[in-house]
Ligand binder design. Sequence first.
Ligand code: ATP
Ligand code: MG
Ligand code: MG
Ligand code: MG
Length: 561
Amino acid sequence: MRLTQLFLPTLREVPAEAEITSHKYMLRAGLMRKLAAGVYVYLPLGYRVLRKIENIVREEMDRSGAQEVLMSGIIPSELLEESGRWSAFGPEMFKLKDRHERDFCLGPTHEEVFTYVMKELTSYRDLPKILYQIQTKYRDEKRPRFGVIRSREFIMKDAYSFDMDWEGLDVSFGKMHDAYCRIFDRCGLKYRVVQADSGAMGGKESNEFMVMSEVGEDEIAHCENCDYAANVERAESRPDIREKQEEKPLELVATPDARTIQELTDFFETSPDNFAKTLIYTVKDQVIAVVIRGDRELNEVKLVNILECTKDDLRMAEDDVVKNVTNAEVGFAGPVGLKVDKLIVDEEVTYMSNFIVGANKTGYHYKNVNYGRDFKGDIVVDVRKVSDGDVCIRCGGRLSISKGIEVGHIFKLGTKYSEALGAKYLDENGQEHLMIMGSYGIGINRIMAAVIEQNSDENGIIWPMSIAPYHVIIVPVNTSDEVQASLAEDLYDVLSRNGVEVLLDDRDERAGVKFKDADLIGIPIRITVGKKARDRVVEIKDRRTGESLDLTVDQVLGYIK
Ligand code: ATP
Ligand code: MG
Ligand code: MG
Ligand code: MG
C-alpha cells in the first residue's frame, strides 16, 4: 500500500478526553475515530490490527477444538426472561422494541442464545462441545472511557462449553485456559491469570486474564513468592500474621448527641486512631447502610459491611437510629452483592440529606448530618480485603498489589443456564441430566488498546510483528531523486510479491515528517532509502530497539523473512 493512497488521517493534537496512551495514539495514528460516547469507527490501519487479533484468536480457538458459529446480534427478551437476566442485567443492556412492540436487546453476552441452540443436541454422544463466535457486543456502560478499553460497542470472542459432567467441564475449561495463554502470548502481551469473582454471570470458578498496566481499572494481588494471584475483589490474605495492618481493637468513642456542626467537626478532627461510622444513603432507589471503619494512622477507611435496607428500615432508623445502626453493625449480614469500588460524592450517588454518623456504640451517633455542610472532603471507602504487604494465604509470602486491564475471562458456569433454558441430554442408560456449562470471553478491541499500553514510547506505537497493520514501511528520503524512488519501488515490489505486508511512503514530504509518521503508526521495520541507494544499499531500522544496519537490496528479503 502506498501512503499517497492510504486513508490515514494522523493528528498532531488529540482531544483532551483522551487520557491514556493507547487512546491518544489510536486517535493520532489514525486507527479509529469516535462517533459517540463509547462508540468508535475503525479506519484501515486500525481495522487491519483488529482482524489480525481476530485471526490469532480464531486460530487458537480452532486449535483447541472449538467450532466457530455466528449468533444474532439482537436477542428476543423471552430468552433472557428465562434466565432472569432481562431485568438482572440492569441499565447496561441496550433494549429496543420492534414494530409489534416486542422486546429485544442488543446482545451484551450470549449465554442464553448458545444454550438455546444447544438444546437441539440431546444425547451423551453429542457431548462435549465448545462453540464460539467473534461478534459485536453492546453494553451501555455507565462510564465509557479510555477509548476502546471501555466502549459501548465492542467485538468479543465469546465461547461456551457444554459437558456431561464437572470433570468434563474441567477439561473444557483447561483447554480454553491454554488457548487464552497462547492468544495473549502471540499478541505480545505481558499478563497474569488471576482468580476472579463470578459476579453476575453466576457460577463456580473463574479466572481473569489481566494485562499488567498502570491504567488498568482492576487491581490484582499477587504473591511475590508463589503463583497466587487474584483480583482484589476476591483476594484473601492471612490476617492473623499481617505485616503491617494488625487488627486493632475498635476503640469506642463516646460523643454526645448532635448539637452543633462545629461539635461534629471537632469530633472528626479529634477522634482517636480507630473509629467507625455508618452512612445511610440511596443508590437509585435502593437504600443502603454502609458501615465503615477508619484508621487514622494508616490514613485509611475500610468498608466493613454493606446492608440493604428498605425504606421502612430507614424510617425506623430515623426514629431509632442507634438501635438499628448498632444492630446492623454487629449483625454483619454480609455484603449483598453490591460492588462498590469507591464511595465518593459524585453524580452517581445521591446521598440522603441525613446521614447517621458516629461510633460503634449505642447512644453515640449523630443524626441529620450532611456532606459538605457538616464535614469536609470525600470519604473514600476501600472495599479491598487485602493490601500491599499482606501475607499470602497460600505460602506466607508477601502480597503486592498492581493494576491490570481485564482482556479475557473464563467461567465455570455449571447449570445456571442449562437449568433455566432446559438444555439436557440423555446418558447411556436413558437418564436425563443437565448440561454442565462454561463461558469464555475475550475483548478484541481491548486487546488492541492493551497492546499499545505495553508497547509504545514517546514517539508512538511499537506494534509486535504478529498484529502490526503492516510489517515494513519503506521511506525514500527524497522522492524526487530518481535513483531513490526507483529503488524504493523495486523493494516494494519484491517484498510485496514475497508476502511481506509493506507500506511505501511515496509522499512528497520532508524525510523528518515521514520518519515521525512511521514511528507514530508503529510499523516494526523501517527501510530508509537514502544517498546509498546508488550502491543499492539501504538502512533497516528496528522500531522497538532503535537499532539500524545497512544492507544491500539483495539481503533485505532474507533479513526480513
Ligand atoms: P469489565 O470488568 O472491564 O467491565 P466484564 O467483566 O464486564 O469487563 P466480561 O463480561 O467478562 O467483561 O466480558 C469478557 C471480555 O469482554 C472482558 O474480559 C473484556 O476483555 C471485554 N469487555 C467487556 N466489557 C467491555 C467494554 N465495555 N469494552 C471493551 N471490551 C469489553
Ligand atoms: Mg463490565
Ligand atoms: Mg470484570
Ligand atoms: Mg469479566
